[in-house]
Ligand binder design. Structure first.
Ligand code: HEC
Ligand code: HEC
Length: 367
């Protein structure tokens, strides 16, 4: 129960930030997304100039799976973002046209309406921009955007654009908008954890213990906790809405070995090694883990947080202070969880798998 209240509380800033009156939801041909109330309001998160419509969603879906949007017609967004893997690709780092390897792992796509910083380093804050980047990116689809427009004209897409946007014109902006509409509709809200939150099912003792640990900041001698909820917030389990905007250094590397992370965008040394705390929805199906895919299993992830933290100048205070033993007694920064506790947290992480999302025919390849 405690975890339930905590996770609802963590959404509180989001709830009060919303002002439904500023949004006019009267959209002809609107596509219903109906997220659960505990996700917070959503209508004001949809840009006024790009409401989700049935035809816009349909076009976005076609484009998402369109290999013509890559230089050699070999890959689409759906190659690196595969539905059954919660829109990841099972690889440590992604592979673009001609087998070109990227530097980071493809990210899971769900509930994107509630995230405002896209990519591991927060390169974009508009989903429309984020959606156009992979098309032109040399290690992804590597197709200049003007050519993307030409190729879609040749493929006979003009009618789809007419249905979605009211005229036959194919533009770069419209491609981005349609892709954004499709992706905003990728709502995952029927995991066992959601069913538990809605009072539809009982959680097992292991799941309940794991859930409590996940959301509890430990107090040595008083309260056992695994500290995860400090950064992976709430029922959406994405961390955008905390005071650090969801970017943290979670102790993967030392100062010498770490990637620059958020610093590559902001230029600030205090952002070195800080990465987006991604959604943990469907995490059981999105291995390997972390921005560079270094961990193969959730067990390895738990061992990292429990006893593998590397110290550095920008290591997050929430990790330094999060321990089940008094800090300072031991040299290393450790959570000090038992094997059983680690297993229980993993049991909770498995509760976040949403089979109906992974198998929803509306999100599959329409070609
Ligand atoms: C070659 C593999 C690849 C292809 C193709 C690809 N992506 Fe990605 N995607 C990635 C990687 C890798 C990241 C993380 C990028 C980073 O951090 O710099 C990512 C990140 C994203 C994100 C950010 C998610 C978040 O929570 O921040 C979105 C949205 C996204 N991709 C959408 C798309 C769309 C739309 C397309 C097609 C136009 C596409 N991707 C094509 C590999 C790919
Ligand atoms: C200080 C903030 C913080 C805390 C505390 C924290 N995480 Fe994370 N977590 C992150 C960040 C940031 C990333 C991405 C790091 C990267 O890839 O460089 C991450 C990544 C992950 C990933 C990999 C996600 C993916 O898509 O590859 C998993 C799984 C995960 N965390 C689970 C947990 C669990 C379980 C706990 C508690 C034991 C926890 N985290 C505690 C910030 C945190």
């Amino acid at each position: 129960m405690k975890s339930r209240i905590l996770s609802l509380l963590s959404l509180f800033p989001l709830l009060i930030a919303c002002n439904p009156e500023e949004y006019s939801p009267v959209v002809k041909d609107g596509y219903e997304i109906n997220p659960p109330v505990y996700f917070g309001d959503y209508q004001e998160r949809i840009p006024n100039d790009n409401p989700i419509t049935k035809n816009g969603f349909a076009l976005g879906r076609k484009l998402f799976y369109e290999t013509a949007l890559s230089a050699d017609n070999s890959i689409s967004c759906g190659t690196c973002h595969q539905q059954e893997l919660a829109f990841t690709d099972g690889k440590a780092v992604s592979e673009g046209v001609e087998g070109k390897l990227g530097k980071v792992s493809a990210m899971s796509l769900s509930n994107l309406l509630w995230t405002e910083n896209f990519t591991w380093t927060g390169k974009f804050n508009r989903l429309t921009d984020q959606s156009l980047d992979p098309i032109k990116n040399p290690v992804e689809m590597h197709l200049p955007l003007e050519q993307a427009v030409e190729k879609l004209e040749e493929q006979g897409y003009a009618t789809d654009f007419q249905k979605a946007f009211g005229s036959y014109e194919i533009t770069v902006e419209r491609i981005g908008k349609a892709l954004a509409q499709f992706q905003r509709a990728l709502i995952s809200s029927d995991s066992r954890y959601d069913q538990y939150l809605r009072g539809e099912i009982q959680a097992s003792p292991a799941e309940l213990n794991g859930m409590n640990l996940f959301f509890t900041h430990p107090i040595p001698g008083q309260l056992r906790g695994a500290n995860c909820g400090d950064c992976h917030l709430g029922p959406l389990t994405s961390g955008d809405i905390d005071e650090f905007q969801g970017f943290h250094n979670n102790g993967l590397d030392t100062d010498e070995t770490m990637d620059s992370g958020l610093m590559s965008v902001t230029g600030k040394p205090e952002d070195k090694g800080r990465f987006k705390a991604p959604t943990l929805r469907n995490i059981a199906v999105t291995a390997p883990y972390m921005h560079d895919g270094r961990f193969k299993t959730l067990k390895e992830v738990m061992d990292h947080y429990n006893s593998g933290i590397k110290n550095s100048k920008t290591l997050d205070i929430l990790i330094i202070e999060g321990s089940n033993e008094p800090v300072g007694v031991h040299d290393e920064i450790r959570l000090h969880l038992t094997e059983k506790e680690k297993e229980d947290v993993i049991a909770f992480l498995h509760m976040l798998t949403d089979e109906s999302f992974l198998n929803n025919p509306k999100f599959s390849n329409p070609h």
